[in-house]
Design a protein around this ligand. Structure first.
Ligand SMILES: [Zn+2]
Length: 297
């Protein structure tokens, strides 16, 4: 039965739980802890699915005539594992290709550079207001000419601090991981809620770094200025500043300081429980039973 419970747990952790968590607004107060919770949720769902697959294999080894449930769970887990590996590889390859094309384009369109916060920012031609970062090799913050013209020095510092926070913490890798997870699930059952929420939380985390550097008002003003003109669609290779801009401006205007210690500790505790409780409750008794069964043979 353990494998069926693990399979059920994997389904609950991959479906209803992310849907509820994506609607929660308290996570906006503790974006760092909330992102850890999202990762714990993804890993717990994956471990439960892996556990179900291992259970199915063991059942079939102990009972060579085969149990229909074990065969079914084994096939489903195998398919999911294969899809996840393929999606991870495909997202990684496509992201790096697109980033290289983007880098070549910036080389072509660069018309100058400015210094902000002690290091250079690349400026490209363009009448649209946008700012983004190119992570990885030759990491860079890129602004359009129009952005440079429309922001005051302190607003510019806020935007650059936001983009540098993305580069420093390699937020692109986190978004890449959730993009691969999203693609691994069949189109019929997947929802974009987890990926969208992780993207928004990543933006809020970078906003917290920027508000510490330049203050809330300049950052909110810069967000409004940048979201007033149409920008290229967000890409996995660079996080465009305007993603979820309205929610982020509301959050900054609310004046709530980030870093609620109690809520943060509770969220980290929830993440730790997600990773340990299923293991302790389901996997350990089952491993014990398997060890006993082999000992009796
Ligand atoms: Zn951003």
């Amino acid at each position: 039965m353990t494998g069926l419970w693990l399979g059920l747990l994997a389904l609950v952790l991959a479906g209803p739980v992310p849907a509820v968590l994506a609607r929660a607004r308290w996570t906006w107060q503790v974006p760092r802890a909330a992102l850890v919770l999202w990762q714990a949720l993804a890993v717990a769902a994956f471990l439960a699915a892996l556990g179900a697959g291992t259970w199915a294999t063991t059942e079939l080894l102990l009972n060579p005539h085969g149990l229909p449930a074990a065969v079914a769970v084994g096939v489903v887990t195998g398919l999911l594992g294969g899809r996840l590996a393929a999606a991870g590889l495909s997202v990684a390859v496509r992201t790096r290709r697109r980033r290289q094309r983007h880098r070549d384009l910036v080389d072509l369109l660069q018309c100058g550079s400015v210094t902000s916060g002690g290091s250079a920012v690349r400026v490209v031609e363009g009448q649209a207001c946008y700012a983004y970062c190119l992570p990885g090799r030759e990491a860079a913050v890129v602004l359009s000419e129009a952005t440079l013209a429309s922001l005051s020095p302190v607003e510019l510092a806020a935007v650059v601090a936001h983009e540098r926070a993305h580069l420093r913490a390699r937020h692109d890798l986190l978004v890449e991981f959730f993009t691969a997870l999203h693609q691994a699930f069949p189109r019929l059952v997947r929802s974009g809620a987890a990926l969208q929420t992780v993207r928004l939380l990543v933006e809020m985390l970078a906003d917290d770094a920027a508000r510490r550097k330049a203050g809330e008002r300049p950052l909110a003003n810069a967000l409004l200025a940048l979201s007033a003109t149409p920008v290229p669609a967000p890409t996995a290779s660079g996080t465009v500043l305007t993603a979820g801009a309205a929610a982020r401006v509301r959050r900054l205007a609310g004046g709530g300081r980030p870093g609620h210690r109690g809520l943060s500790a509770l969220t980290y505790g929830g993440a730790a429980a997600l990773l340990t409780v299923p293991t302790a409750a389901l996997v350990l008794p089952w491993m014990w039973a398997v060890a006993e069964a082999y000992a009796l043979r």
